[in-house]
Design a protein. Sequence first.
Length: 183
Amino acid sequence: MSFMPFLSRHQSRALPPLMAALLALGACTMAQPPAPPLPPLQKAPVLTTADTDFVQKLNDMDLTQIALAKSAQTNAARNDIATLGATIVKDLTGNQTKLTTLVSAHAITLAAKPSTENQKTIDRIQHLHGTSFDRSYLRALSRNATKMKPVLETEIATSKNADLVKLATDTKTMLATYAAQLK
């Protein structure tokens, strides 16, 4: 008797019971371990009165600069001012989106329009064209940046809200970049 035929016959007889045992074991399921507990819900960082004041001032500045920059795209005599206008619209619209997201967890309503004072400036400058527009626009851009600089620096130095500090830092950098481009 040869060893191979015996092994083959032995394997063929052992295979069905082995398969049945494996299938039976596979059908047995151990209880799933319990799911780990969910992390506690993160509450939105608290906004202080100073943070809320900053949010409103930044919103007003953004709305004003966006409106003026849109006019710069069509009314400016200088190409660099028109190009910068497009950049400002893009950047500060992104700023507005971030600001809206940050305050959405709080009971803060952002104004949809610039303040009355800023709206008067917008109305006056929007009707200018060419070099007179350029002069007025550059003055308004510089005035707004000068007015916002201490507001941004105070927020960066005093706020405990990391998201607002980052937004203030980014805005400060943007305003400095705009001023540098126009020198």
